[in-house]
Ligand binder design. Structure first.
Ligand SMILES: Cc1cc2nc3c(=O)[nH]c(=O)nc-3n(C[C@H](O)[C@H](O)[C@H](O)COP(=O)(O)OP(=O)(O)OC[C@H]3O[C@@H](n4cnc5c(N)ncnc54)[C@H](O)[C@@H]3O)c2cc1C
Length: 415
C-alpha cells in the first residue's frame, strides 16, 4: 500500500488524482483465520492493527455487519482525556491518550488529533471536592491535570456563564493535553494500516452464530457462510450481550442508547471541550463550526440508535444555562448509539468461559478515547492467550471476585 505524503499529493495533482488506491481492499473471506475479530469499530480495528504490528499475527479477519466505524465509533462526541480516578483506569486511558499524540504519524493517516484541553466544571461543593480528589490522584499517577478557578475558566471560555441560575461555576478540573480527534478517521486509519499489514476487513457480513467443540471456539457462522478460526475476539460494544449468548455465556452488561447532536455551523466560539456534569451537558466546536453536544443515556435497556426525546430538551436546557449565547442556534442533527454499560463503569477485557474466545466491551459512554490503549491491550491478550499488565485488572472475573474498578463518578455523565 502506498504511503500518503506531500510528495504523493504533488504526484497525484500532476496526474489529475487518477492514481489513488482504495484505502483498504474489499476481500472475499478465507475459509480459515488464526484470529477472527467481530466488529469493525475502533476497538476491533485497533486490536487487528496491534496484533499485526506488535505481535506479527497477520492471518486475521475483522468481520463487520454494517460499514466500518458505523457503530458507536462514528457516533460519539470524540472527547479524549485520561483524568479518571483509579490507577488501573488511568494506566489504560493515559496509554491511549499518549498513543493518540502521534497516531497520525504511526498510521500514516491524519486522524486530526486536537489536544485543545478538556475542562470538567465543578458546580456544587460536592463536585468540587470530588474533582480535587481526582486531581490529587492524577498527580500521584503522573497524569497532567489541575484544578482551575472560575476566573481561569472564564479566561479559557469567554462565552461561559459563571453564575448559572441553578448552579454557579466553582472551578474546574482541567486536562490541557486532552481534546478531540476525528472519529471516522480513527476507524479508517486503523483499517488502512491493518490492511496494509495483511489483515482482511470484511464489511456487510453479520456473525450469526459461534461454533464450539469441547468447550473451545472453532469458528463463526456468518451471512456469507461459516469461517473457522483458532481464536475469536468479540468487540461489538452494545451488541456484546447478543454475541455472548451465541458463545454460551452471559455478561454483566446493559445496552442503552446514548445520544448526541450538532448545531448549525457558526464562527469559532469555543476552542476547548467543556463538560458540565451537574446540569448534564457538554460541548465542543467541530472544525466545520458545528457545536457538538452530548446528551444523556436512556434509563432503560434498548437497541434503538436514537435515544429518548426528553433528553434533547434536558441537554439543551442545561447548555443554554451554561452558554446563554447559543440559545438561538438551530440544531442540525441528532442521533444515538448503543452503549454497553457495566456496573462499575469500567470495561471488560480478557478471557471468557469459552476457550479461545476473548472479549473487549463495557466501555459504555467513554470508549472513543481509549481506542488505541484498548486495542494495544486486547491484541496482547489475544496473541499471548493471557492478559498483560494493562488488561489484567479488567477481566470478567472481577464481577465474581468483587474486585470492582469504580469509575461511576469519572464516567457517569462524562465521556
Ligand atoms: C452519542 C455518543 C457519544 C459518545 N461520546 C464519547 C466521547 O465523547 N468520548 C469517548 O471516549 N467515548 C464516547 N462515546 C463512547 C464510544 O463511542 C464507544 O465506547 C466506542 O466507540 C466503542 O467502540 P467499539 O469499537 O467498541 O464499538 P462500535 O464502534 O460500536 O463497533 C462495534 C461494531 O460491531 C458491529 N457488530 C455488532 N454486532 C455484530 C455482528 N453480529 N456481526 C458483525 N458485526 C457486528 C457493529 O455494527 C459495530 O460497527 C460515545 C458514544 C455515543 C453513542
Amino acid at each position: 500500500m502506498r504511503r500518503y505524503s506531500a510528495f504523493a499529493i504533488a504526484r497525484e495533482a500532476a496526474r489529475y488524482h487518477t492514481g489513488w488506491e482504495r484505502a483498504w481492499p474489499s476481500v472475499e473471506p478465507k475459509k480459515h483465520y488464526d484470529v477472527i475479530i467481530v466488529g469493525a469499530g475502533g476497538h476491533g480495528l485497533a486490536t487487528a492493527y496491534y496484533l499485526a504490528k506488535n505481535h506479527g499475527v497477520t492471518n486475521v479477519a475483522v468481520i463487520e455487519k454494517g460499514w466500518l466505524g458505523g457503530g458507536n465509533t462514528g457516533r460519539n462526541t470524540t472527547i479524549i482525556r485520561s483524568n479518571y480516578l483509579q490507577d488501573e483506569s488511568t494506566a489504560i486511558y493515559e496509554k491511549a491518550r499518549s498513543l493518540y499524540e502521534d497516531l497520525s504519524q504511526d498510521l500514516n493517516y491524519n486522524i486530526m488529533f486536537s489536544p485543545r484541553g478538556v475542562m470538567m466544571l465543578a458546580q456544587t461543593e460536592h463536585e468540587l471536592r470530588g474533582y480535587r480528589r481526582t486531581a490529587h490522584a492524577n498527580r500521584a499517577q503522573g497524569i497532567e491535570t489541575r484544578m482551575i478557578d472560575p476566573a481561569e475558566v472564564k479566561r479559557l471560555v469567554p462565552i461561559i456563564n459563571l453564575d448559572g441560575p441553578r448552579y454557579p461555576v466553582l472551578g474546574a478540573l482541567w486536562q490541557e493535553r486532552g481534546g478531540t480527534a476525528r472519529h471516522d478517521a480513527v476507524a479508517w486509519g486503523y483499517a488502512r494500516a491493518a490492511a496494509a499489514l495483511g489483515v482482511d476487513i470484511i464489511q456487510q457480513t453479520e456473525v450469526t452464530g459461534i461454533d464450539r467443540k469441547g468447550g473451545k471456539v472453532t469458528g463463526v457462522q456468518t451471512t456469507r457462510g461459516g469461517i473457522s478460526c483458532n481464536k475469536l475476539a468479540i468487540v461489538v460494544a452494545g451488541h456484546s450481550g447478543l454475541l455472548a449468548e451465541m458463545a454460551g455465556f452471559r455478561l454483566p452488561i446493559e445496552s442503552v442508547a446514548l445520544q448526541a447532536m450538532v448545531s448549525e455551523p457558526i464562527k469559532p466560539a469555543i476552542n476547548v471541550v467543556v463538560m458540565a456534569n451537574t446540569v448534564h451537558g457538554y460541548l465542543s466546536q467541530s472544525d466545520k463550526g458545528e457545536l457538538v453536544i452530548g446528551g444523556g443515556a436512556d434509563g432503560f435497556n434498548n437497541y434503538t440508535q436514537r435515544g429518548s426525546f426528553h433528553h434533547i430538551e434536558e441537554t439543551v436546557r442545561a447548555l443554554i444555562e451554561t452558554f446563554p449565547i447559543i440559545s438561538r442556534l438551530k440544531q442540525l442533527r441528532q442521533w444515538g448509539g448503543i452503549v454497553d454499560m457495566t456496573g462499575d463503569r469500567s470495561p471488560i477485557i480478557g478471557k471468557t468461559p469459552l476457550e479461545g474466545c476473548f472479549i473487549n466491551c463495557g466501555w459504555g459512554t467513554g470508549g472513543f478515547k481509549s481506542i488505541p490503549g484498548s486495542g494495544w491491550a486486547m491484541a496482547e491478550t489475544v496473541a499471548k492467550g493471557e492478559p498483560g499488565k494493562l488488561a489484567a485488572p479488567f477481566g470478567l472475573d472481577r464481577f465474581t471476585q468483587g474486585r470492582f474498578i469504580d469509575e461511576s463518578v469519572a464516567a457517569g455523565v462524562a465521556h
